[in-house]
Design a protein. Structure first.
Length: 353
Protein backbone atom coordinates (compact mmCIF):
# COMPACT_ATOMS: atom_id res chain seq x y z
CA UNK A 1 0.00 0.00 0.00
CA UNK A 2 1.36 3.39 -1.02
CA UNK A 3 -0.05 6.21 1.11
CA UNK A 4 0.91 9.85 1.56
CA UNK A 5 2.63 10.94 4.76
CA UNK A 6 0.12 12.39 7.21
CA UNK A 7 1.18 16.03 6.96
CA UNK A 8 -0.71 17.39 9.95
CA UNK A 9 0.51 14.66 12.29
CA UNK A 10 4.11 15.24 11.19
CA UNK A 11 3.64 18.97 11.87
CA UNK A 12 2.41 18.17 15.36
CA UNK A 13 5.32 15.80 15.91
CA UNK A 14 7.74 18.59 15.03
CA UNK A 15 6.22 21.30 17.21
CA UNK A 16 3.67 20.10 19.76
CA UNK A 17 6.02 18.56 22.33
CA UNK A 18 8.02 21.73 22.97
CA UNK A 19 5.22 24.29 22.55
CA UNK A 20 3.41 25.97 25.44
CA UNK A 21 -0.15 26.07 24.10
CA UNK A 22 -1.88 23.73 21.65
CA UNK A 23 -4.31 25.86 19.63
CA UNK A 24 -4.60 23.25 16.90
CA UNK A 25 -6.21 20.48 18.93
CA UNK A 26 -9.41 19.47 17.16
CA UNK A 27 -11.31 18.11 20.16
CA UNK A 28 -12.76 19.32 23.44
CA UNK A 29 -10.51 19.61 26.52
CA UNK A 30 -9.75 16.27 28.14
CA UNK A 31 -11.71 15.01 31.13
CA UNK A 32 -9.84 13.91 34.24
CA UNK A 33 -9.49 10.17 34.76
CA UNK A 34 -10.62 10.39 38.39
CA UNK A 35 -14.13 11.18 37.14
CA UNK A 36 -14.49 7.47 36.35
CA UNK A 37 -13.85 4.07 37.85
CA UNK A 38 -10.56 3.26 36.14
CA UNK A 39 -10.19 -0.35 37.26
CA UNK A 40 -11.38 -2.67 34.46
CA UNK A 41 -10.15 -5.76 36.26
CA UNK A 42 -8.03 -8.21 34.28
CA UNK A 43 -6.38 -6.54 31.29
CA UNK A 44 -6.94 -9.29 28.77
CA UNK A 45 -8.54 -9.22 25.34
CA UNK A 46 -12.10 -7.97 25.03
CA UNK A 47 -14.21 -11.01 24.15
CA UNK A 48 -15.85 -11.12 21.64
CA UNK A 49 -13.32 -8.99 19.78
CA UNK A 50 -15.96 -6.82 18.08
CA UNK A 51 -16.84 -5.38 21.50
CA UNK A 52 -18.87 -6.31 24.56
CA UNK A 53 -22.39 -7.35 23.41
CA UNK A 54 -24.16 -5.21 26.01
CA UNK A 55 -22.16 -2.15 25.02
CA UNK A 56 -22.79 -2.81 21.33
CA UNK A 57 -26.50 -3.11 22.12
CA UNK A 58 -26.41 0.30 23.77
CA UNK A 59 -24.59 1.84 20.82
CA UNK A 60 -26.83 0.11 18.25
CA UNK A 61 -29.96 1.57 19.83
CA UNK A 62 -28.74 5.07 18.92
CA UNK A 63 -28.90 4.15 15.24
CA UNK A 64 -31.99 1.91 15.22
CA UNK A 65 -29.62 -0.94 14.41
CA UNK A 66 -28.81 -4.39 15.81
CA UNK A 67 -25.74 -5.13 18.00
CA UNK A 68 -24.17 -7.18 15.20
CA UNK A 69 -24.23 -4.02 13.07
CA UNK A 70 -21.75 -2.35 15.46
CA UNK A 71 -17.98 -2.86 15.53
CA UNK A 72 -16.08 -1.34 18.46
CA UNK A 73 -12.68 -0.03 17.40
CA UNK A 74 -9.52 1.62 18.64
CA UNK A 75 -10.72 5.15 17.95
CA UNK A 76 -12.56 6.59 14.95
CA UNK A 77 -9.40 6.45 12.86
CA UNK A 78 -9.44 2.64 12.96
CA UNK A 79 -13.18 2.57 12.25
CA UNK A 80 -12.63 4.60 9.07
CA UNK A 81 -9.57 2.59 8.02
CA UNK A 82 -11.38 -0.72 8.40
CA UNK A 83 -14.48 0.53 6.59
CA UNK A 84 -12.42 1.71 3.62
CA UNK A 85 -10.56 -1.58 3.34
CA UNK A 86 -13.73 -3.61 3.83
CA UNK A 87 -15.51 -1.80 0.99
CA UNK A 88 -12.91 -0.75 -1.56
CA UNK A 89 -10.70 -2.70 -3.95
CA UNK A 90 -8.48 -1.71 -6.87
CA UNK A 91 -10.77 -0.86 -9.77
CA UNK A 92 -13.41 0.64 -7.49
CA UNK A 93 -14.15 4.35 -7.14
CA UNK A 94 -14.96 6.63 -4.20
CA UNK A 95 -16.17 10.22 -3.93
CA UNK A 96 -14.83 12.29 -1.02
CA UNK A 97 -16.00 15.74 0.08
CA UNK A 98 -13.01 17.98 0.83
CA UNK A 99 -11.38 19.76 2.62
CA UNK A 100 -11.40 17.12 5.31
CA UNK A 101 -9.22 15.17 7.70
CA UNK A 102 -6.45 13.73 5.55
CA UNK A 103 -7.12 10.06 6.21
CA UNK A 104 -10.64 10.34 4.79
CA UNK A 105 -9.20 10.82 1.31
CA UNK A 106 -5.65 9.45 1.65
CA UNK A 107 -6.69 5.93 2.67
CA UNK A 108 -9.23 5.51 -0.16
CA UNK A 109 -6.68 6.98 -2.60
CA UNK A 110 -4.21 4.29 -1.56
CA UNK A 111 -6.73 1.64 -2.68
CA UNK A 112 -8.63 2.93 -5.70
CA UNK A 113 -9.61 5.95 -7.79
CA UNK A 114 -11.05 8.87 -5.82
CA UNK A 115 -12.89 12.00 -6.96
CA UNK A 116 -12.60 14.91 -4.53
CA UNK A 117 -15.56 17.29 -4.43
CA UNK A 118 -14.58 20.65 -2.93
CA UNK A 119 -16.61 22.70 -0.51
CA UNK A 120 -16.85 26.25 -1.78
CA UNK A 121 -15.51 29.07 0.44
CA UNK A 122 -16.33 31.32 2.16
CA UNK A 123 -19.44 29.46 3.32
CA UNK A 124 -18.04 26.01 2.47
CA UNK A 125 -21.23 24.92 0.75
CA UNK A 126 -21.50 21.53 -0.92
CA UNK A 127 -22.73 21.24 -4.49
CA UNK A 128 -24.73 18.00 -4.39
CA UNK A 129 -25.00 18.06 -8.18
CA UNK A 130 -21.20 17.90 -8.37
CA UNK A 131 -21.27 14.75 -6.26
CA UNK A 132 -23.90 13.27 -8.55
CA UNK A 133 -21.80 14.06 -11.64
CA UNK A 134 -18.74 12.41 -10.07
CA UNK A 135 -20.46 9.06 -9.48
CA UNK A 136 -19.40 6.28 -11.84
CA UNK A 137 -20.67 2.73 -12.41
CA UNK A 138 -17.78 1.48 -10.22
CA UNK A 139 -18.46 3.92 -7.35
CA UNK A 140 -18.70 2.00 -4.08
CA UNK A 141 -18.48 4.76 -1.48
CA UNK A 142 -19.28 8.41 -0.80
CA UNK A 143 -17.41 10.02 2.12
CA UNK A 144 -18.25 13.11 4.14
CA UNK A 145 -17.60 14.30 7.67
CA UNK A 146 -20.27 16.34 9.38
CA UNK A 147 -19.67 18.75 11.07
CA UNK A 148 -16.70 19.29 8.80
CA UNK A 149 -13.08 19.39 9.90
CA UNK A 150 -11.45 21.89 9.34
CA UNK A 151 -14.17 24.39 8.36
CA UNK A 152 -16.82 23.71 11.00
CA UNK A 153 -19.49 23.60 8.30
CA UNK A 154 -22.54 21.57 9.40
CA UNK A 155 -24.31 20.26 6.33
CA UNK A 156 -28.08 20.25 6.60
CA UNK A 157 -30.18 17.12 6.92
CA UNK A 158 -31.52 17.85 3.42
CA UNK A 159 -27.96 17.77 2.04
CA UNK A 160 -27.02 14.58 3.88
CA UNK A 161 -30.22 12.84 2.79
CA UNK A 162 -29.51 13.88 -0.80
CA UNK A 163 -26.03 12.30 -0.54
CA UNK A 164 -27.56 9.16 0.95
CA UNK A 165 -30.05 8.90 -1.91
CA UNK A 166 -27.28 9.35 -4.48
CA UNK A 167 -25.32 6.54 -2.86
CA UNK A 168 -28.33 4.24 -2.60
CA UNK A 169 -29.31 4.84 -6.23
CA UNK A 170 -25.75 3.94 -7.29
CA UNK A 171 -25.58 0.86 -5.09
CA UNK A 172 -22.93 2.60 -2.97
CA UNK A 173 -22.61 3.44 0.71
CA UNK A 174 -22.47 6.87 2.31
CA UNK A 175 -19.88 6.94 5.11
CA UNK A 176 -20.10 9.88 7.48
CA UNK A 177 -17.41 10.59 10.06
CA UNK A 178 -19.51 12.08 12.86
CA UNK A 179 -16.94 12.74 15.60
CA UNK A 180 -18.21 16.31 16.17
CA UNK A 181 -21.95 15.61 15.74
CA UNK A 182 -22.84 15.69 19.43
CA UNK A 183 -21.21 19.08 19.98
CA UNK A 184 -24.03 20.62 17.93
CA UNK A 185 -26.87 22.13 19.93
CA UNK A 186 -29.36 20.22 17.77
CA UNK A 187 -27.53 17.20 16.30
CA UNK A 188 -28.78 15.67 13.08
CA UNK A 189 -29.72 11.98 12.99
CA UNK A 190 -26.63 9.82 12.37
CA UNK A 191 -26.20 8.59 8.81
CA UNK A 192 -26.35 4.92 9.84
CA UNK A 193 -29.94 5.55 10.98
CA UNK A 194 -31.02 6.68 7.50
CA UNK A 195 -31.10 3.20 5.99
CA UNK A 196 -29.02 0.24 4.80
CA UNK A 197 -26.67 2.36 2.68
CA UNK A 198 -25.58 4.54 5.63
CA UNK A 199 -22.37 4.03 7.61
CA UNK A 200 -21.46 6.06 10.70
CA UNK A 201 -18.08 6.29 12.39
CA UNK A 202 -17.40 8.12 15.62
CA UNK A 203 -15.75 7.82 19.00
CA UNK A 204 -15.29 9.43 22.39
CA UNK A 205 -12.27 11.60 21.55
CA UNK A 206 -13.68 14.81 20.12
CA UNK A 207 -17.12 15.50 21.62
CA UNK A 208 -16.59 13.77 24.98
CA UNK A 209 -13.01 14.82 25.77
CA UNK A 210 -11.74 11.24 26.10
CA UNK A 211 -9.10 10.98 23.37
CA UNK A 212 -6.81 8.86 25.52
CA UNK A 213 -9.33 6.03 25.67
CA UNK A 214 -8.84 5.31 21.95
CA UNK A 215 -12.41 4.07 21.76
CA UNK A 216 -14.69 4.37 18.73
CA UNK A 217 -17.10 2.42 16.57
CA UNK A 218 -18.39 1.71 13.10
CA UNK A 219 -22.11 1.20 12.53
CA UNK A 220 -23.77 -0.08 9.38
CA UNK A 221 -24.85 -2.98 7.25
CA UNK A 222 -24.00 -6.41 8.69
CA UNK A 223 -22.04 -7.40 5.58
CA UNK A 224 -19.76 -4.38 5.94
CA UNK A 225 -19.37 -4.86 9.69
CA UNK A 226 -18.43 -8.51 9.31
CA UNK A 227 -15.84 -7.68 6.64
CA UNK A 228 -14.37 -4.91 8.82
CA UNK A 229 -14.29 -7.24 11.83
CA UNK A 230 -12.36 -9.81 9.83
CA UNK A 231 -9.79 -7.15 8.96
CA UNK A 232 -9.63 -6.02 12.58
CA UNK A 233 -8.14 -9.43 13.44
CA UNK A 234 -5.04 -8.10 11.64
CA UNK A 235 -4.95 -4.66 13.30
CA UNK A 236 -5.84 -4.29 16.99
CA UNK A 237 -7.76 -7.60 17.33
CA UNK A 238 -10.07 -6.23 20.04
CA UNK A 239 -10.96 -2.76 21.32
CA UNK A 240 -8.97 -1.70 24.41
CA UNK A 241 -10.31 -3.21 27.63
CA UNK A 242 -9.62 -0.02 29.56
CA UNK A 243 -11.23 2.13 26.88
CA UNK A 244 -14.34 -0.02 26.78
CA UNK A 245 -14.62 0.02 30.59
CA UNK A 246 -14.57 3.82 30.78
CA UNK A 247 -16.62 4.23 27.59
CA UNK A 248 -19.50 2.40 29.21
CA UNK A 249 -19.46 4.89 32.10
CA UNK A 250 -19.11 7.89 29.79
CA UNK A 251 -22.20 6.86 27.84
CA UNK A 252 -24.10 6.54 31.12
CA UNK A 253 -23.06 10.13 32.00
CA UNK A 254 -23.50 11.38 28.46
CA UNK A 255 -26.09 14.09 29.12
CA UNK A 256 -23.99 15.73 31.79
CA UNK A 257 -20.70 15.44 29.87
CA UNK A 258 -22.12 16.82 26.63
CA UNK A 259 -23.90 19.69 28.41
CA UNK A 260 -20.61 20.74 30.02
CA UNK A 261 -18.77 20.47 26.73
CA UNK A 262 -21.35 22.40 24.72
CA UNK A 263 -21.23 25.20 27.28
CA UNK A 264 -17.45 25.33 26.93
CA UNK A 265 -17.72 25.39 23.15
CA UNK A 266 -20.20 28.27 23.25
CA UNK A 267 -18.03 30.30 25.62
CA UNK A 268 -14.87 29.70 23.63
CA UNK A 269 -16.50 30.35 20.27
CA UNK A 270 -17.38 33.84 21.50
CA UNK A 271 -13.71 34.44 22.39
CA UNK A 272 -12.54 33.35 18.94
CA UNK A 273 -15.28 35.34 17.21
CA UNK A 274 -14.03 38.49 18.97
CA UNK A 275 -10.44 37.63 18.00
CA UNK A 276 -11.45 37.20 14.34
CA UNK A 277 -13.32 40.52 14.33
CA UNK A 278 -10.51 42.45 16.06
CA UNK A 279 -7.95 41.29 13.56
CA UNK A 280 -9.98 41.57 10.34
CA UNK A 281 -9.76 37.87 9.62
CA UNK A 282 -12.48 35.77 8.02
CA UNK A 283 -14.11 32.46 8.92
CA UNK A 284 -17.39 30.60 8.75
CA UNK A 285 -18.61 30.54 12.34
CA UNK A 286 -18.33 26.83 13.02
CA UNK A 287 -20.23 23.99 14.61
CA UNK A 288 -17.78 21.98 16.69
CA UNK A 289 -14.41 23.23 17.91
CA UNK A 290 -12.50 23.98 14.68
CA UNK A 291 -12.33 27.31 12.90
CA UNK A 292 -10.71 27.75 9.47
CA UNK A 293 -9.37 31.30 9.36
CA UNK A 294 -7.78 33.36 6.61
CA UNK A 295 -4.03 33.93 6.86
CA UNK A 296 -3.02 37.55 7.63
CA UNK A 297 -2.03 39.43 4.47
CA UNK A 298 1.65 39.91 5.24
CA UNK A 299 2.34 36.16 5.43
CA UNK A 300 3.00 34.11 2.33
CA UNK A 301 0.83 31.18 3.43
CA UNK A 302 -0.47 29.25 6.41
CA UNK A 303 2.80 27.43 7.02
CA UNK A 304 4.75 30.68 7.22
CA UNK A 305 2.25 32.19 9.62
CA UNK A 306 1.91 29.12 11.84
CA UNK A 307 5.69 28.60 11.93
CA UNK A 308 6.19 32.18 13.09
CA UNK A 309 3.55 31.80 15.82
CA UNK A 310 4.97 28.57 17.21
CA UNK A 311 8.67 29.45 16.94
CA UNK A 312 8.32 32.94 18.37
CA UNK A 313 5.46 32.50 20.84
CA UNK A 314 5.10 28.77 21.54
CA UNK A 315 1.55 28.36 20.20
CA UNK A 316 0.69 25.55 17.77
CA UNK A 317 -1.79 26.25 14.95
CA UNK A 318 -2.52 24.03 11.94
CA UNK A 319 -1.50 25.29 8.47
CA UNK A 320 -4.26 25.17 5.87
CA UNK A 321 -1.89 23.50 3.40
CA UNK A 322 -2.64 20.21 5.11
CA UNK A 323 -6.27 20.63 4.06
CA UNK A 324 -5.57 21.90 0.55
CA UNK A 325 -6.03 25.59 1.41
CA UNK A 326 -2.69 27.39 1.92
CA UNK A 327 -4.47 30.71 2.43
CA UNK A 328 -6.02 29.42 5.68
CA UNK A 329 -5.08 28.05 9.08
CA UNK A 330 -7.07 25.92 11.51
CA UNK A 331 -7.57 26.92 15.10
CA UNK A 332 -9.00 24.58 17.70
CA UNK A 333 -10.87 26.19 20.58
CA UNK A 334 -11.99 23.26 22.70
CA UNK A 335 -9.30 23.76 25.34
CA UNK A 336 -9.94 25.41 28.76
CA UNK A 337 -11.02 29.03 28.32
CA UNK A 338 -8.12 30.58 30.23
CA UNK A 339 -5.64 28.64 28.10
CA UNK A 340 -7.46 29.67 24.93
CA UNK A 341 -7.33 33.34 25.93
CA UNK A 342 -3.61 33.09 26.67
CA UNK A 343 -3.00 31.49 23.29
CA UNK A 344 -5.02 34.09 21.41
CA UNK A 345 -3.13 36.87 23.18
CA UNK A 346 0.17 35.41 21.97
CA UNK A 347 -1.10 35.06 18.39
CA UNK A 348 -2.14 38.71 18.46
CA UNK A 349 1.43 39.71 19.27
CA UNK A 350 2.38 38.33 15.86
CA UNK A 351 -0.51 40.11 14.18
CA UNK A 352 0.42 43.45 15.80
CA UNK A 353 4.06 43.40 14.63
Amino acid sequence: MQIDAFGLERWFAAYEHDADIMLAESGIRSLEADRFDTDPGELGYVIPTNGDPDLRQRIAARYDREPDEVLCTCGTQEANFLAFHALLEPGDHAVVVTPTYQSLHAVPESICAVSRIPLEPPHWTLDVDAVAEAIRPETRLLVVNNPNNPTGRYHSLETIEALYDLGADAGAYLLCDEVYRLLADDPLPPVASLGPHGLSTTGLSKAYGLAGLRFGWLVGDREVIDAAWSLKDYTTISPPAFGQHVARQALEEESEILAENRDLVATNRERVRAFVDRNDLEWLEPVGVNGFLTVPDRFEDGSAFCRTVVEEHGVVLAPGEFFGHPDRFRIGFGLPTAELEAGLERVERVLEN
